[in-house]
Design a protein around this ligand. Sequence first.
Ligand code: FE2
Length: 312
Amino acid sequence: MIVQEHYFTCSHMHIQATSSILGAYICEVDLSNLSESEWKEINKAFLEYAVLVFPKANLTDPQQVRFSKRFGKLETLTGNPLIKTLWVSNLDTNGDILPLDDDNFRIIRGNEYWHTDSSYMPVSAKASCLSAVTIPAEGGETSWADMRAAYDALDSATKSQISGLAAYHSFYRSQEELGQEVEIGSRYGFHRSGAPLRPLVKDHSETGRKALYIGRHAYRIPGMEDNAAQELLKELNEFACQPCFVFEHSWSVGDMVLWDNRCVLHRVKPYDYSKPRVMRHTRISGDTSEFAPTDPHEQPTHFAAQSDQSAN
Ligand SMILES: [Fe+2]
C-alpha cells in the first residue's frame, strides 16, 4: 500500500525561536506559494520576533518581490520604478570586484554600522528582505539588535530624559562620518528634502510596543547642544547594541531574512573585500504612520542653496 505520508508530515510550517532575545527560524513552507493561513502565521511571527530567517528559501528574484509585497508597497531603491530589487554587492556591472575607494563600495561599507533602513527618508521603511546569492567563505554575517528590549532595559531616568526628544536622520551625515561626500541627488537616500525629524522613542504602529529609534543616520537633537546630542546618541547606540540584545546570522547561499525596521537595528560584519558578496534586497515601505516632517535647513554640509531650485 502506498502511504501518502508526504501529505501529512513535514507539510506544516515550523517556527523556532532563536536562542537570542529576538528572531525566529521558519522552515517547511513554500514561500513562493503561500496560503492565506501561512501568510498570517508568518506575519504574526514577524510582529513577535522582528527578525525571521528562512534557511535555504532559494527564492528567485520575482518570488522575493512577490513575497515582500505581501507586507506592503516596495520602495524603489534603483531609480527605476519597474525594478524593485537592489543588488547589495561589491561587484561592478562587469562582475569585477569594486575598488576600495569606489563610491558604491563606500556606501556598502556604511552598512557595517548599526542602522535602520530609510530612516533618512520622509517615509521610513517598514521592513527589509535580504537573500544570500554569493557569499564569502568567512565574515559578512548580519546582526540585528532588538530596540524594544533595549528600550525596556533603560533606567527610568534615561527613559524620562529621552521621552520628548527627537533626532534628525541623514544619509549624507552618516557617510560624511566615514569621510565620503556624496553628490546630492546621486542615488537613493541622497535627496534635497532636508532631514526628517524622528522621535527617539517609537511606538510600533502595529504592536504598540515602544522601541528606541536610533542608529547611525541620527545626528542632531533639536534643543540640545550638538556635542551633547551626539554623546547621548552614541551612548544609546552602544547600550542598545550590546550582545544581550543581538541576534547574528551566518549566511548560507539561498537563505532569506525578513526584519522589522521599526524596532531593530542591523549591520553587516566585515569580510574579505577581495571576495564577492552579492545579496538581493527588497525594502517594504512604511505606511503613512512612518512619515516624518523634513526640515529643509537640515542639509548636507556641502549643500548649496542656490543649486536647490529644482528641489524634490
Ligand atoms: Fe541596511
